[in-house]
Design a protein around this ligand. Structure first.
Ligand code: XMP
Length: 329
């Protein structure tokens, strides 16, 4: 029958039938549910012949690297090489303001780091890894190749989406896509069976280019990324404390490249403005902005201005998708 225990057993068997006993497999973990569950399934099948990489691109959320690597190691026992490539990414993004250009640079940099990882591994093993794991889901398959007449619109033609896992140029890796026939809720069920912590399975989606699309304009300006991380953490933590996290599709803060006048203590300030965005959605294709209680918003705004240096104004995004997109870039 189509229950998730059977699906898991069949996947593991299929992977073992495909990957030869001497062959090695690589996987890029993004910190998201899909790549994590995909890697965990492959690890069940072939153990330490799976080699994972997690890249810190300098565009992650507050304490994200620590939080996800803890899950990889303690809960899932995956062997993960953690590469801190913040300097590489941020130096290439310096001065870049065009959103599509930012995505292209990030995608390209990611591939070059992944490439180096695969080549180092080849040196170490004395042979090329043969397979690459990707967390492709069924809706991704439909979206990149919609059935004729399905009338699905392509969000991907509006913005280029770069997830981690671009193919290294000269490696000729074959793909393993254990989630290719599954929907998101089925992936979560598999994750539960595989011991992925519930908090991890329920995390809001996070874009591959990370905070680069949430700092408008040049992400390396001043301490924008650092301010954004602090603001975002306060917003998300408040949402969790209020018991609202699971009702919301995505919530996050956006750093605006403008300053406004304020007064803090008895000082005139000329500081940063941040925007809060929260939406409900079924699949990210359309979305409605989320109604918070005024008291909640008031508390969050006060907390942000009181504890994040350099912010003196908080605004809320009250547009749905369409006409806006979920992200601001
Ligand atoms: P938009 O902003 O297009 O976003 O309404 C729809 C969903 O896609 C996510 N998103 C991305 N995900 N790479 C990703 O992996 C990207 O470049 C990207 N841009 C947007 C967004 O967070 C939302 O869930």
């Amino acid at each position: 029958g189509w229950n998730m225990e059977n699906v898991l057993d069949e996947e593991i068997k299929a992977i073992n039938d495909t990957v030869g006993p001497e062959e090695h497999v690589i996987c890029a973990l993004s910190g998201g549910v899909d790549s994590t569950v995909a890697a965990t399934i492959v690890h069940k099948a072939i153990g330490d012949r799976l080699h994972c990489i997690f890249v810190d691109n300098g565009l992650l959320r507050y304490k994200e690297r620590e939080r996800v690597t803890e899950t990889f190691e303690s809960d899932l026992h995956l062997s993960v090489t953690c590469v801190d490539a913040s300097n590489e990414f941020l130096s290439k993004l310096k001065g870049v303001v065009d959103p599509e250009m930012k995505r292209k640079i990030i995608g390209k940099e990611f591939i070059s780091i992944f490439d180096a990882f695969a080549h180092n591994l080849e040196q170490k093993l004395g042979k090329k890894p043969a397979y690459l794991v990707q967390g492709t889901l069924y809706p991704d398959v439909i979206e990149s190749c919609p059935p004729p007449g399905s009338g699905r619109t392509h969000s991907r033609t509006i913005k280029s989406h770069h997830n981690v896992g671009g193919l290294p140029k000269d490696m000729k890796l074959k793909l393993i896509e254990p989630l290719k026939l599954l929907f998101k809720d089925e992936v979560r069920q598999l994750g539960r069976i595989l011991n992925v912590p519930d908090a991890f399975l329920k995390r809001h989606p996070f874009p591959g280019p990370g905070l680069a699309v949430r700092v408008l304009g040049d992400v390396t300006e001043g301490n924008a990324l650092d301010i954004l991380r602090q603001v975002d953490e306060i917003f998300i933590q408040s949402i969790k404390d209020a018991g609202l996290y699971d009702l919301i599709w995505q919530a996050f803060a956006v750093f605006l490249p403008v300053r406004s006048v304020g007064v803090q203590g008895d000082q005139r300030t000329h500081s940063h403005v941040v925007a809060l965005r929260a939406v409900t959605s079924q699949d990210g294709m359309t979305a409605d902005w989320y109604y918070f209680e005024h008291k909640f918003l008031d508390d969050v705004a006060r907390k942000i201005c009181n504890s994040v240096r350099g912010v003196n104004r908080v605004v809320q995004d009250i547009t749905s998708k369409p006409p806006s997109t979920i992200e601001w870039e």
